[in-house]
Ligand binder design. Sequence first.
Ligand SMILES: [Zn+2]
Length: 387
Amino acid sequence: MICLRCDAAWPVETYAAGCPRCASEGHASNLKLVYADRSRGIRLPETLELGEGGTRCVELPTLAQTMKVGRLTAKLEWCNPTGSHKDRMSARLIARALSCNVPLVVAASSGNGGLSIAAYAARAGLPTEIAVTAALAPSYRRAIAAHGARLVEAPDSLGRWEHLAHRVTEGAFAATNYRLPAIGTDPFGIEGYKTLSAELSGSERPDIIVVPSSRGDLLSGLRLGFEEIGGIPPRLIAVEPFPRLARVMAGEDYRLRYEGHTAQVSTAGETVTFQALAALRATGGLAVPVDDTAARQAQAALAACGLHAELSAAAGLTALEAMARDGCLAGRHVTLVLTGSGLRDPGAHDLDPRPHTDERPQAAAPPAMPGFLPPRTETSVQQRDNG
Ligand SMILES: [Zn+2]
């Protein structure tokens, strides 16, 4: 296992604080898995399949034309077994938990992740606790309980992490981040997102991938996957509900907390991770905040094309509109990762009721991005941290 920040190598274990060297210096950095066989192609740890991955990518020609994007596709991650991209990660996390002979799997979740972990843990026969808040939608609550997982209600978002930290001291395997500063999910889980890179490679490889993001597990897995496959990686655009990663990209410390409230529950939270920052830097990417009003308009525009995405995923369309405004994406292929459906999304119950004569999101797009898609630069060790 190698640190994403300092490149130190460590034996394969579970590292609660991420890279031990970075932790001793007051940093918080995730590790990645490396393999003895470095031949080309994706290498993956053991999995516990429920049929995850292999989701369809559909064309959105009318939106592409309206937004002056060369080609626009949407990767339908809600076609995974429990309805979100998280299944790619859960399959590996639960396989890892099994191999570690843990007595319990714990996860903090706002919905998609907890349901996915509960399903895969049920398949493996592992006891599971999902820490949630009162805000969890009843549909998720019922589905998680149906898999036999125990729901633990915390007073707030960070209270969930405290519960996980306590369980980890008792020997539980944490299937989500629970640390402050945040690190991200166990590297074995993030490996699962390399399958998405593989599916988006070949002749269909997009130039840009728009990814809903909070702690950057998906961003980091995509980046690592494309690095393993080789060639020029697509630029990764992180969409977030309020400026967090965007502020870190502008020079603030990734270890700080960035307050904000949002109905985009799948990407809520106050933290940023080094792995998210590193993924954007490595791919010449960008973080784009999209507020809830704009995200709802984008959700309606996508729904008019037959795709009812969760709010945080629909926000990607608004981010794209802002980036494409000056026609600079006319020759580019952009893929939106639609992480989950709007059907069970509590933020989705307020679809913009106004009739749409134009497919584009109509208002509150983020300001145009000066320096959008800057030239790629090699990241030196000295440049690696903010703070
Ligand atoms: Zn390190």
